[in-house]
Write a protein that binds this ligand. Structure first.
Ligand SMILES: [Mn+2]
Length: 241
């Protein structure tokens, strides 16, 4: 099978994740990669980890997956920490920084945010230099083919889909399953290598946002209002506007 569904930024939103997995399976795709941020913001991190563990072939870690493992006095972060089991923490600690593969002669890289850090945010509106730095290697991307630069980079983190083509290669943001900020529908991407070349397809999946918010309220989600605004209107919680 040379079709791979790429999901990212699930953020504890089970309603969206289940709908996206249903959509992927209805297309007879059984290879799924996840680009991190499994938990946080949404109420069901532990349940999402379980589903991702059972459905995804490769999973890279996001910024949330990293800092959730660190001690904190912030009650907001603690709310999410308290919901995770020992096994969840163990699973998060085993996640890889990146994944590389070769398909139809192209070198394809999967990361959460940047080749240098889970915490370095590269936006679609950032400078040309910043965006093309996504094709660079770093100490963290060492592998047998690390001297080679990727032809295609898939990433998540910014919850906003885009595809930019540069001389250096193709940069594709797959958007977010559980906390989409461009459109409010869930987002994922299909990499299709079937026809001895690589095609990229964006998919949007509607899911029941009211049901998800009802669940969040019942579970007493921390900063529920911010989650509400993200899901209903795509308004980022840390927006300066
Ligand atoms: Mn995220």
């Amino acid at each position: 099978m040379t079709k791979i569904a790429i999901i990212s930024d699930v953020h504890g939103n089970m309603t969206a994740l289940e709908e996206v997995l249903r959509d992927i399976h209805s297309r007879d795709i059984d290879r799924i990669f996840c680009l991190g941020d499994l938990i946080g913001k949404g109420p069901q991190g532990s349940e999402c980890i379980e589903l991702i563990k059972n459905n995804c072939e490769e999973v890279v870690r996001g910024n949330w997956d990293v800092f959730i493992q660190l001690p904190t006095k912030d009650p907001f972060i603690q709310w999410f920490q308290d919901k995770l089991t020992k096994q969840d923490y163990h699973y998060l600690s085993t996640l890889q920084f990146h994944h590389d593969l070769e398909m139809n002669g192209q070198f394809i890289r999967f990361i959460h945010a940047s080749p240098r850090s889970e915490f370095e945010r590269i936006l679609h509106i950032d400078s040309h230099t910043k965006r093309t730095s996504m094709f660079e290697n770093s100490e963290k991307t060492n592998s047998e083919i690390s001297s080679r630069k990727p032809d295609i980079v898939f990433y998540g983190d910014i919850h906003t889909t885009f595809l930019h083509t540069f001389k250096e290669g193709i940069l594709c943001n797959v958007g977010s399953v559980g906390n989409s900020l461009d459109l409010t529908s869930a987002s994922y991407v299909i990499l299709d290598g079937t026809h001895s070349n690589n095609a990229i397809q964006f998919v949007r999946v509607e899911y029941d946002r009211e049901t998800e918010l009802k669940k969040a309220k019942e579970l007493g989600l921390a900063q529920y209002e911010k989650y509400y605004n993200e899901l209903m209107y795509g308004i980022y919680r840390n927006s300066r506007k």
